[in-house]
Design a protein around this ligand. Sequence first.
Ligand code: SF4
Length: 224
Amino acid sequence: MITRSRSSYLKALGSDVWVRRELAASSAPGEVSRRAVTVNEMDWEELSAAVSLCTKCGLYQGRFQTVFGVGNREADWMLIGEAPGAEEDRQGEPFVGRAGQLLNAMLTAIGLERSAVYIANILKCRPPSNRDPRPEETLCCEPYLKRQIALVKPRIILALGRIAAQNLLKTEAPIGRMRGKIYEYEPLKIPIVVTYHPAYLLRSPTQKARAWEDLLTARRLLAT
Ligand code: SF4
């Protein structure tokens, strides 16, 4: 049964309220009860369903499909990028195409399989012409990523590129200044290492050595 006061309260706080269907112990056989849930209470299935139906920002209009995230939901490493590109939008998976191949090679170089990490983006829908995400779009999409981080509970977060780093760390600092330091994802005290986006490394291969240093820093952190 929906608790009306709880639902109204959550709505008044500006929370998106979804209805969870569940078989309650007190229900008659076959009867399904319903309970209001917010994004930060959702399980994986509910979260993935909420994202796939989301129309909270204008980007839903141009997407072929949402790109939720992929990988090990109990991973030590969580990699967070910017937003889906054309190929990701087509395939429904983050970091595919040439940038994805480079990311896989980077992971292999530090002894990690792609399937061992969890990969997500700041935005779940593709911005037109791959433009930068707008603040109102990242704000709308943020609760989904926050919930993914809370569900995975990674031991380390690797922020891939300026947009990911700036949004996770709530700063406008350029990536060159953010690299080389250890930050913290405050809500859960998870260390964050900032590195370049693989798409940038494809355009600027001389920066690959720096990205390698960042990966080693992250690996060292995990070993301590
Ligand atoms: S980008 Fe995020 S907030 Fe915007 S429509 Fe897609 S899922 Fe919803």
